[in-house]
Design a binder for this molecule. Structure first.
Ligand SMILES: Nc1nc2c(ncn2[C@@H]2O[C@H](COP(=O)(O)OP(=O)(O)OP(=O)(O)O)[C@@H](O)[C@H]2O)c(=O)[nH]1
Ligand SMILES: [Mg+2]
Length: 304
């Protein structure tokens, strides 16, 4: 993933932000370095809490004489990010009969694309996949999913536009059970975390998913656009209230040298990143690798 992400970012020199690059350049770490670092981390969407924790850690390292130059600072920074991001492996266990994965998030974050890529990935691992077209809001959404399902060789369970998303979810899980599928992926309509009635609808979808199997949904993945910024925290918090999250999928990581938002989410909500999207094609979904992520976003180019 690291190489692909770096490639996608258009070359190693563009992988980290110019602000971080400037801090890594000087030979000596001075008092100014800390405020510059703080600013660079905020600009990378790390959020105040994670930023404070990182800066405090690095200052302590400096006091111990382990961080003296821009180069040692860079090393310590990306390694600490990797450490913070990897307390547990980001797995999606596939033990359910079938394993039900609910995919949620705001409009345009990449839910449907992620489902297509995930179906493809699972199918290539020999898993049989059913996809539930739970975004019944627009006819085009169902058609878009049908294209992805066909490409991935997955079965699609759909109803007409305007159908009850809970009913589609129920049907998809029932079909998955009847057909002995390994995984059921449920797409949902995009919604703002502040739209109370739509969040209530999501709560219902999650509870309907539990009717055929109390363990279901086994996974509830919040799809988050890496360019979202600090609104991602509010998204994670409010979606989690409607349908308790088991993980985050960070999409569009190919577009920017940001992504610190996952650090903020990990720090403030304890939700792990499980997958990352690094492009629009079928192969562009990768399991989250804390070290690769930390290197790609925080390590200086020479450190690759
Ligand atoms: N560059 C890039 N684009 C992505 C990625 N994931 C999704 N996209 C693009 O983002 C746009 C929206 O993706 P969708 O999958 O339709 O998003 P959605 O969350 O299903 O949107 P709604 O159903 O309208 O809420 C599309 O143009 C995708 O190709 C990614 O990892 N990288
Ligand atoms: Mg969609």
């Amino acid at each position: 993933m690291f190489r692909r992400l770096r490639d996608k970012l258009g070359g190693p020199q563009q992988a980290i932000s110019p602000q971080l690059a400037a801090i890594y350049a000087p030979k000596l770490v001075t008092e100014d370095t800390w405020s510059e670092l703080e600013e660079a981390l905020i600009l990378a969407d790390c959020g105040m809490e994670a930023t404070d924790a990182l800066v405090a850690h690095l200052r302590a390292e400096a006091r111990e004489g382990r961080v003296t130059s821009g180069a040692t600072l860079a090393q310590e920074l990306w390694r600490e990010v990797a450490r913070q991001m990897s307390p547990e492996p980001a797995r999606i266990p596939l033990g359910g009969e079938p394993t039900v994965i609910l995919v949620i998030g705001v409009n345009g974050s990449g839910k449907t694309t992620t489902i297509g890529k995930l179906a493809h990935r699972l199918a290539s691992l020999g898993q049989s996949v059913v996809i539930g077209a739970g975004d019944t809001f627009r006819a085009a959404a169902i058609d878009q999913l049908a294209v992805w399902a066909e490409r991935a060789g997955a079965q699609l369970v759909r109803q007409g536009p305007g159908a009850d998303p809970g009913a589609v979810t129920y049907d998809a899980i029932a079909a998955g059970k009847a057909r002995g599928a390994d995984v059921v992926l449920v797409d949902t309509a995009g919604r703002l975390q502040t739209q109370k009635n739509l969040m209530e609808e999501l709560r219902k979808v999650a509870s309907v998913a539990g009717k055929l199997d109390p363990e279901s949904p086994h996974e509830t993945l919040l799809v988050l656009d890496a360019t979202t910024g600090q609104n991602g925290i509010s998204q994670a918090r409010l979606f989690d209230e409607a349908a308790p999250l088991t993980g985050v999928v960070l999409t569009k990581l190919d577009g920017i040298a940001k992504g610190g938002i996952v650090l903020a989410i990990r720090h403030q909500l304890g939700v792990p990143v499980k997958l990352v999207g690094v492009g629009e094609s079928l192969e562009d979904l990768q399991p989250f690798d804390a070290e690769a992520f930390a290197r790609a976003i925080f390590a200086p180019p020479g450190d690759a």
